[in-house]
Write a protein that binds this ligand. Sequence first.
Ligand code: EPU
Length: 420
Amino acid sequence: MEKLVIEGGFPLKGEVKVSGSKNAALPILAAMLLTDEPCVIRNVPKLRDTSTMLKLLRSLGKTVDVIDDKVTILTKGEINYIADYKLVSTMRGSFCVLGPLLGKLKKAKVSLPGGCVIGVRPVDLHLKGIKALGAKLEVDGGYVLATTKGLKGAHIYLGGVFGSSVLATANVMMAAVLAEGETIIESAACEPEIEDLTNCLIAMGAKIEGKGTPRIRITGVKSLHGVSYEIIHDRIEAGTYILLAAMTRSNITIVNGCYQHLMALTDVLEQAGVNVISDGNNVKVKVKGGLQPVSVNTYPYPGFPTDLQAQFMALMAVTPGVSIITDKVYPDRFIHIAELNRMGANIRREGMCSIVQGIPVLKGAPVMASDLRASAALVIAGLAAKGKTEIHRIYHLERGYENLDQKLSMLGAKIRREKE
Ligand code: EPU
């Protein structure tokens, strides 16, 4: 195991390039199960999670070839309908092979993903939507077995207690594209990653209207064809660099900065006194004077993303005054509070909220990464903090940030990996 050692407390400068979107890549790679024809997907980030999805595709019988960010997927034999526990349990995104396997093969057996440190994360909405399309479902031995004589379009309400669901929308859409007749998904997730999946499915011959809106209308087709498709850039990676620049007062150019997908973040930052400027593809961050505390609630897109909550909390931790941060998507996603407090932050949790009393400066400390975005928050906190921060269990970061330490080193960060 490795740890990250960071000497922080000074500004960075230069240019950093945002990679392809992890959360767009995962369902788009799963969508390759919907066709037997060759497919090429570009801008696929090299991450632990995308490599797990490629392993899963191989285990299901696809031939996968990776050159840099280009993935070629071929079908040379039979496709297997069983998605194994070992691969699905390590990454929840794998559960979205259920819809395409069922749509294509009329049966799918997919391991239930289980909970994780950010909360229970049920799959009831996925199952509700798949069932509405006419599948018979059985849960046995930790697996969902879905079978059908032929899926039929349906009118489905997919909202849950916490709003829309990203992967449930992806799963149901991918099952519905090959179903007979029309499917309407109400309260569909509007995240750019779902829009990207929709664009890819349309490029494969699917008939879908209402992309990027909460009402998606799908007219089933008999089959989908191969595709050559380029995935969007990762708005959460871009948002993490924006927050890093604000926190360390760095003059950084963020290339492929996803400005149009980050309005909820840039609006809140504007209120805090951080100016985020875009000239199209590039994003720059300017901080004039001191920052103001701003309270934030996370919501599904276009609301403030839960995947930037921890990193935003790191910024508020060094913003004088009080801010209240509430996670309406994952009310338990607060494990980073204890670790930020180890660095001197003054944050306490009260139910769904965390109350952040800003302090002038964080101090480096040994801390433990608990999940992907919490780890990112600790990295930016470490870069802003005075002194040395050691981040343990950094394998979480490798799930979602491509070459993070190399990219930060290029900006002049003093960051290195050491053996534990
Ligand atoms: N939910 C249900 N029932 C369901 C599905 C979800 O109650 O059947 C609840 C969840 O427990 C949560 C809320 O609905 O409270 C939203 O969850 P959602 O289903 O949208 O999450 P997800 O699709 O499993 C994706 C991302 C997450 C991101 C969330 C929210 C992928 C692979 N993962 O997860 O990304 O936090 O949407 O935007 O797309 C990350 O990248 O670090 C990450 C966790």
